[in-house]
Design a protein around this ligand. Structure first.
Ligand SMILES: Nc1ncnc2c1ncn2[C@@H]1O[C@H](COP(=O)(O)OP(=O)(O)OP(=O)(O)O)[C@@H](O)[C@H]1O
Ligand SMILES: [Mg+2]
Length: 257
């Protein structure tokens, strides 16, 4: 699928080695604003390595990344988040004992006036927090509940509300449904669709081919640290995709690149 507009992310020749271990090699990739793409591949294919590079947790050993048309080199996840790339991991990085509102504003609280005695603008934070959660159809009556009281799907909504608070243009989700039941998984898939409707780009890492086929437009297939191809989601079934991951062979009629 040709990307017509300036892609929000463009990777050229991105690779990573950990000491003598080659985890990722020569990845070229373009992703459009508002697109939902999956990263798939067997265990050890390099998915999480690529996620760590995009999220600022690790630096690439070689290659370049352009974000919104500009070359970037993130030094930390906070750096990437500030630029507009938010990442949610399976364990979410939420603070379970803090409240919903506190979690959404963790590390970036709104002050009443900048540096004015460091007083927090709690009313505004609560109003905005409610607004972000509304955008996912999650009506909370009590923002002071600790996050540990929420279901897995609701916790994902809080993590994504936090991403919206940072005005993330790209949200990366590594295995968001791995620990969830059927109903909760459906809720997370709806959250992903809601992000797409708001023109937020989503990069989904998943081993669940049903989930991948349900929400993405394009699928990037990795094998042993290399991108073996791209697939147009509408042209594959979950079972074809599972076969593609095993063999590393992209069915020509489904190829996107
Ligand atoms: N910190 C590290 N030190 C050494 N080798 C690593 C490190 N992280 C990853 N690797 C190696 O890099 C390769 C890619 O790993 P990665 O975690 O990216 O795979 P993955 O596709 O996310 O797999 P999974 O589906 O199991 O999560 C593997 O061979 C792995 O052993
Ligand atoms: Mg992984």
């Amino acid at each position: 699928m040709a990307v017509v507009d300036e892609p929000v992310l463009r990777l050229s020749g991105v690779g990573k080695h950990y000491g003598g271990v080659r985890a990722l090699s020569g990845v070229d990739l373009e992703i459009a604003q508002g697109e939902c793409v999956a990263l798939v591949g067997d265990n050890g294919a390099g998915k999480s390595t690529l996620v760590r590079i995009l999220s600022g947790a690790h630096q690439p050993s070689e290659g370049t990344i352009a974000f919104a048309g500009r070359p970037v080199r993130f030094r930390s996840p906070a750096d990437a988040l500030e630029a507009g790339i938010a990442t949610t991991y399976q364990d979410l990085a939420l603070a379970p004992h803090l409240t919903i509102a506190q979690n959404i504003y963790m590390g970036g609280e709104l002050l009443l006036r900048p540096h004015f005695l460091g007083l927090l603008d709690k009313a505004r934070m609560r109003r905005e927090a409610r607004g972000y959660l509304d955008r996912f159809g999650f009506a909370v009556n009590d923002l002071d509940r600790p996050v540990s009281d929420l279901s897995g799907g609701q916790q994902q909504a809080v993590a994504l509300a936090r991403a919206l608070r940072w005005q993330a243009r790209v949200v990366i989700m590594d295995e968001p449904t791995a620990a969830l039941g059927v109903g909760e998984t459906r809720m997370v898939l709806d959250l992903i669709r809601a992000l797409g409707a708001q023109k937020v780009t989503v990069i989904l890492v998943s081993h669940d081919m049903d989930d991948v086929v349900a929400v993405t437009q394009r699928i990037i297939v990795l094998k042993r640290g290399r991108k073996v191809g791209e697939v147009v989601t509408a042209r594959v079934s979950p079972s074809t995709l599972a076969h593609t991951i095993m063999t590393g062979e992209i069915p020509p009629e489904a190829s996107a690149a």
